[in-house]
Design a protein around this ligand. Sequence first.
Ligand SMILES: [Zn+2]
Length: 205
Amino acid sequence: MRDVKDVNPKNIWNALKEGNKRYQEFAMLHQNLDAGRREELVAGQKPMAAVLACSDSRAPVEHIFDQGAGDIFVIRTAGEVLDMGTFASLEFAVDGLGVQNLIIMGHESCGAVKATKAALEGGEVPPGFQRVLIEKVAPSILNAKRKGLDTTDDFEIEHVRETVDMILDRCPVIKQRLDEGALGVVGARYRLGTGAVESIVEFGV
Ligand SMILES: [Zn+2]
């Protein structure tokens, strides 16, 4: 992330938005992927942002923000669901690495959201550990329905909102950094067709 002069949560988020604009316009700079950067990172990492995103192969996080090696601490699970490993990774990013920006990114046409919608409406639950995804996404969809929302788009957006709320509710260290002005937290949704990252909720940026 070379284009952040005065490093703070707002400027980091702006740099990521600029990177996403370049990605949308096929004008990526592919910075921080050279030999010098690789050498520089052997000694350690100091990423400015962390992103929790869905594992979907159509939503490649570093590319979407036009960032290189050492720029973003990325955590991905199907449906960007939270478990102990995810919470631990988020806290490590904020407390251990000192990232100043945390982005929770869902996306258009998410299979985990679709499968949960199908399970809630048709009673079909996938086998094995996949059911965990249904259990984790279901509260978001039920909350959305209670608000009168009914489309898959609405459910994907609500799931991001719920996930942001849960992180702020359950991770005191993250909430504290946000309250101190040392961390920005953004919930967003990636659009497959345009490549745009659309903001849903923003705190501290
Ligand atoms: Zn997904």
